[in-house]
Design a protein around this ligand. Structure first.
Ligand code: IFM
Length: 451
């Protein structure tokens, strides 16, 4: 059987961007440094039982103090771009009001260091670390949050818009809403469906207001949002499981991009969210983005469960599918089809802003991390991306999740996604075999592009 690797390498569009991604709470640490306020993840991770091993993001990769070393690692990879997120509570400790100059200075230095290294900074405003002060005022259940978010977006665009061209409003809004308000796996850790519907709508309102604020303060900005898109499948081929999968698909894949780009909610959600929609809201939400960010790892599964308050239950993938070392299904064809589908549905330039493989790993006796399975994953998935481009999908960039091993939310530090291994006790960084593989691929791509 041929693998994606064996296919002739499909030429990628000129200027194709190779990058890496991270997020603030997962790598920065320094949660009490220089006036940063607490975030919901600081509070949530401190509750016993929430995170494996009782881990928190208190220190994480100490990127706040080691960002220069991390930029040097990226330079070694040869990436053209780095997607990171700003920690809202680092720059606005109370969520609104007075900005924290020291927090802004940290991002000044990071951005300036990236530019000096020839790496284009891609700035995401929100990768889940809501200021706790705003959670205390209702968080995503308070409609005022659209205005709070717009003020934050304006601050960031005014400060960094002279050096940053790419801005994203949200990373994976469906994950933090569904897991936070539907399944209680993330903060605030509740399971009231009406709260989930309200939160979805308020995040969408914040997106629309945020896009306006970014464009007003930084007219040259190229603005998008980052959505996790993966097929939502029934765990069994029964009518009930198929209905469950259709519902999961609405929450996971459609609730945000359809509202933001097409101006409507998908059918079941539309009925549920109706009570929270005020006159003019859909027009406020629907702002034509400049690009579509896709995060993709593997297909997801649903099953019918009459007791489930959302009308479906999250399910494990069937037992007979190929899996990664942390149990995620391996299905590069699903990635190819997702890219083609996103292209047809939204007709926007696509950037894959997260794709990668998790593992439980450590250095071998010689101190190397020989992550053969991650290399196979990246090779097959970039092969699938090339196949999508060959089929006409307008894909313009690919970013590996992640530059570094980091705080993997509920799994704590147990699951590692980095191209670079982090020895947490010493904070030593060890580029894995996959880092060398990625650097070599980028080098070969650059050589091909100049031929
Ligand atoms: O680590 C996460 C990231 O924060 C969001 N997307 C999926 C990654 C791997 O689980």
């Amino acid at each position: 059987m041929p693998t994606w690797n064996d296919a002739p390498a499909q030429a990628l569009p000129r200027g194709f961007v190779w990058g890496v991604s991270t997020s603030s709470y997962q790598i920065e640490g320094a949660v009490q440094a220089d006036g940063r306020g607490p975030s919901v993840w600081d509070s949530y991770s401190r509750v016993p039982g929430h995170i494996a091993n009782g881990d928190t993001g208190d220190v994480a990769c100490d990127h706040y103090h080691r960002y220069a070393e991390d930029i040097a690692l990226m330079r070694g990879l040869g990436v053209g771009a780095y997607r990171f997120s700003v920690a809202w509570p680092r720059v606005l400790p109370a969520g609104t009001g007075v900005a924290n100059e020291a927090g802004l200075v940290f991002y000044d230095r990071l951005i300036d260091g990236l530019l000096a290294a020839g790496i284009d900074p891609w700035l995401c405003l929100y990768h889940w670390d809501l200021p706790q002060a705003l959670q205390d005022r209702g968080g995503w259940l308070n409609r005022d949050i659209a205005g709070w978010f717009a003020d934050y977006a304006g601050l960031i665009a005014r400060r960094f818009g002279d050096r940053v061209r790419r801005f994203a409003t949200f990373n994976e809004p469906s994950v933090f809403t569904l897991f936070g308000y539907g399944f209680a796996w993330h903060p605030p850790g509740t399971t009231e469906p009406a709260d989930l519907w309200k939160a979805i709508h308020h995040v969408n309102l914040a997106h629309g207001a945020g896009v306006d604020a970014l464009r007003q303060a930084a007219p040259a900005a190229s603005v998008g949002a980052i959505h996790n898109v993966q097929p939502a499948r029934p765990v069994q081929q029964t009518a009930a499981d198929e209905a469950a999968a259709t519902l999961l698909d609405e929450y996971w894949n459609k609730a945000f991009p359809e509202a933001q780009i097409l101006g409507h909610y998908p059918p079941a959600l539309s009925r549920a969210i109706e009570p929270f929609i005020q006159s003019g809201d859909m027009a406020r939400i629907c702002r034509q983005p400049d690009w579509f960010g896709v995060n993709h790892y593997s297909p997801i599964y649903a099953r019918a469960d009459p007791a489930a308050r959302l009308g479906f239950a999250w399910a494990d993938s069937p037992p007979d599918v190929p899996r990664s070392p942390i149990g995620w299904q391996l299905d590069p064809a699903a990635f190819r089809d997702t890219l083609i589908d996103v292209h047809r549905r939204y007709r926007l330039p696509i950037y894959v802003l997260e794709n990668g493989a998790g593992a439980v790993e450590k250095p071998d006796a010689s101190g190397e991390v020989n992550d053969r399975e991650r290399i196979d994953y990246l090779a097959t998935y970039t092969g699938a991306l090339r196949a999508a481009v060959a089929a006409g999908a307008d894909v313009r960039g690919y970013f590996v999740w992640s530059l570094l091993d980091n705080f993997e939310w509920g799994a704590g530090y147990a699951n590692r996604f980095g191209l670079v291994y982090v020895d947490y006790p010493t904070q030593r960084r060890i580029p894995k075999a996959s880092a060398r593989w990625y650097a070599e691929m980028i080098r070969a791509e650059k050589a091909r592009a100049t031929r």
